[in-house]
Ligand binder design. Structure first.
Ligand code: ASP
Length: 373
């Protein structure tokens, strides 16, 4: 970018989008604040956006509050499998790892891939070997597993055995169609919500339509408003805390990073959106930097990160593009999640259609954190 003009550094982080229970609120706010403090201290000393994003995401990975690093959700066979991506919008370099089990900080391995490899993405054992060859100590997977998560997995499996879907991400919207002819924007639900039968959340959505058909349909969706949803299921209170950060440095460069333990009870080997370029993470100085959270399958099918940054490149403000992206996610595939988006001018957007999303913003004016937008 223009190196003659000093840009005002900005850092935006998220700690996952879903229903953050009241007793976990303080930990989420403290976690995103610490990530902001660490990352912004670097930015204000002139460090790169990439360094700030890596540092902020490392703090969040180290905090067991979040579904990243230690304390992540478990796979169906009781292990932690992590995915992470880091992208440098100035150099257009990216590094990703997926299905790693022996790395404490997958975002740091992603940084090594970005800097040291002519490849962009490594998975499983190959990713771990690459990290080890570049100085990262491999740990035992059990060091990443918490009893809290063992218990959560037992409950998820009981629910599964009893025939309940994983409704962690699904809201209670029925996708009741509305007339699009008068619609001017993505905030209006489209007709119809398409049901993808490979999507677990669609299965839940449909079963909820069935259940509610005699009782009357629930109200409209909450597209980027952060309004509370009338959850009907106890598991809806589980938080789901993939982490991410986007930053703008003083030289005008953008970077983005996303790190996750994925979804609860996932089949080993499953990879979600978080670490896939253009899906859960993307950065390009010519458009914007983005990190997403939410049910990965719909997000990846829509390549939603790139979708959002393309809209910024076409002139939409990040504030509007963030809302539009979440609206598109819901209207097209019934998906739920959250997004942070930052452009090269420091303009930003945050949106979610889940009851909560832990977020934090650091600029020259100070730090702000919140659980809804
Ligand atoms: N998007 C992540 C995944 O599907 C989960 C999350 O964001 O919480 O793996």
């Amino acid at each position: 970018m223009n190196s003659a003009v000093a840009h005002s550094p900005t850092l935006l982080v998220h700690g996952g989008a879903w229903a953050i229970p009241a007793d976990a609120a303080a930990a989420h706010l403290a976690g995103v604040r610490k990530a902001l403090e660490t990352g912004y201290a670097l930015l204000s000393r002139g460090a790169s956006a990439l360094d700030a994003v890596e540092a902020a995401v490392t703090v969040l990975e180290d905090d067991p509050t979040f579904d990243a690093g230690r304390g992540s959700f478990l796979t169906s066979d009781g292990r932690v499998q992590l995915d992470a991506l880091l992208m440098d919008g100035g150099r257009m370099k990216a590094g990703g790892v997926a299905c790693v089990e022996r790395l404490r900080n997958p975002i740091q391995a992603a940084r090594l891939v970005l800097e040291e490899s002519h490849h962009v993405y490594f998975v499983g054992d190959g990713a771990e070997q690459f990290a080890q060859a570049h100085g990262i100590t491999l740990i035992d997977n059990s060091e990443l597993v918490l009893d809290r998560e063992r218990e959560r997995l037992i409950i998820a499996k009981r629910r599964e055995a009893a025939g309940f879907g994983d409704d962690t991400f699904s809201g209670i919207d029925t996708g009741v169609p509305t007339d699009r002819s008068s619609s001017v924007g993505w905030d209006t639900p489209l007709l119809p919500v398409l049901h993808d039968d490979k999507s677990p959340e669609t299965a839940v959505l449909l079963s909820q339509v069935d259940r509610s058909s005699s009782a009357g349909a629930p109200g409209p969706s909450h597209l980027g408003t952060g309004e509370s949803m009338n959850q009907t299921s106890s598991t809806c209170h589980d938080s789901h805390d993939t982490v991410g950060a986007v930053a703008l440095d003083t030289r005008g460069n953008l970077a983005a990073g996303t790190s996750t333990g994925g979804t609860l009870n996932k089949t080993p080997g499953r990879v979600g959106d978080s670490s896939l370029i253009g899906c859960g993470c993307y950065a390009d100085n010519l458009s914007a930097a983005v990190s997403l959270t939410g049910w990965g399958e719909p997000i990846m099918k829509l390549v939603l990160g790139k979708w959002a940054t393309d809209r910024v490149a076409s002139g939409t403000t990040p504030e509007v593009a963030a809302r539009e992206a979440i609206a598109y996610l819901f209207n097209r595939l019934g998906g739920h999640g959250g997004i942070i988006l930052l452009d090269p001018d420091g303009r930003f957007g945050l949106a979610h259609n889940t009851p909560a999303m832990a977020w934090g913003l650091a600029t020259s004016k100070g730090l702000q954190t919140g659980l809804t937008v």
